[in-house]
Write a new protein. Structure first.
Length: 223
């Protein structure tokens, strides 16, 4: 069974009876807390439960427990500043069934290099000449890593003197990722992923941490 609401219908057909799940396609999820915000808002609706959201896939899956109100779903998401592209009522809803997304697989012509996929690496050897260099530690299973990547791409498109050197803990299993040599080399004191180290053009470290907003603010102050 598959019932599809596109955005115009969402605004005019408020109610529908359904069992199963609602798959909500979104636009605008580009923050590290997007998934938690969407989960909280949708789970608060009386006819929905057990929301799961994916920033990389721009999708939310939510269990229907009563009569679906499409306009309420739209309102709950638009209140957060995101856009609903469609709502698809399905019998099953899986996120990432096609496999995990690859980190930095598309660089959009930006100054991005993958310098490790788990092996040890000397970061200073890859300092970008005359640029601020962001060493981005991430993994395929890490949704906040993908969200941060989206924000970095936007920032780099506006600031060509910023480069990224990506260190990818390239495994679908977090335990395997955290056992990799590069993790033991550089992430022993890291609070988690994503983890960033930023150097200015002279090789001086100006930021270490896990918060993309603080990283970008630090860059703005030093540029």
């Amino acid at each position: 069974m598959s019932i599809l609401w596109t955005v115009p219908i969402l605004l005019t057909a408020a109610h529908a009876d359904s069992d199963g799940f609602a798959r909500v396609k979104l636009a605008g999820m580009s923050c590290v807390t997007c998934e938690q915000k969407i989960t909280k808002n949708l789970d608060a609706l009386p006819f929905l439960a057990n929301t799961r959201a994916s920033t990389p896939l721009q999708t939310a899956c939510v269990e229907l427990t009563g009569e679906l109100n499409a306009a309420s779903i739209t309102g709950a998401i638009e209140d957060l500043g995101y856009t609903v592209k469609s709502i698809n009522i399905v019998e099953e809803c899986e996120l990432g069934s096609g496999g995990l997304l690859k980190n930095w697989s598309e660089t959009d012509g930006l100054d991005v290099q993958i310098i490790s996929t788990g092996e040890e690496v000397i970061l200073e050897d890859f300092l970008a000449p005359d640029k601020f260099t962001i060493y981005d530690f991430g993994a395929p299973w890490c949704a906040p890593c993908h969200a941060s990547e989206t924000l970095l791409k936007v920032y780099m498109a506006e600031h060509p003197n910023v480069a990224v050197r990506a260190i990818i803990l390239d495994s679908p299993d977090p335990k395997v990722s955290f056992a990799m040599p590069v993790t033991k080399q550089h992430l022993q004191s890291a609070a988690g992923l994503p983890y960033f180290l930023v150097m200015n053009p002279n090789g001086k470290t100006i930021y270490r941490g896990t918060e993309i907003d603080k990283l970008l603010n630090k860059l703005d102050k030093h540029r």
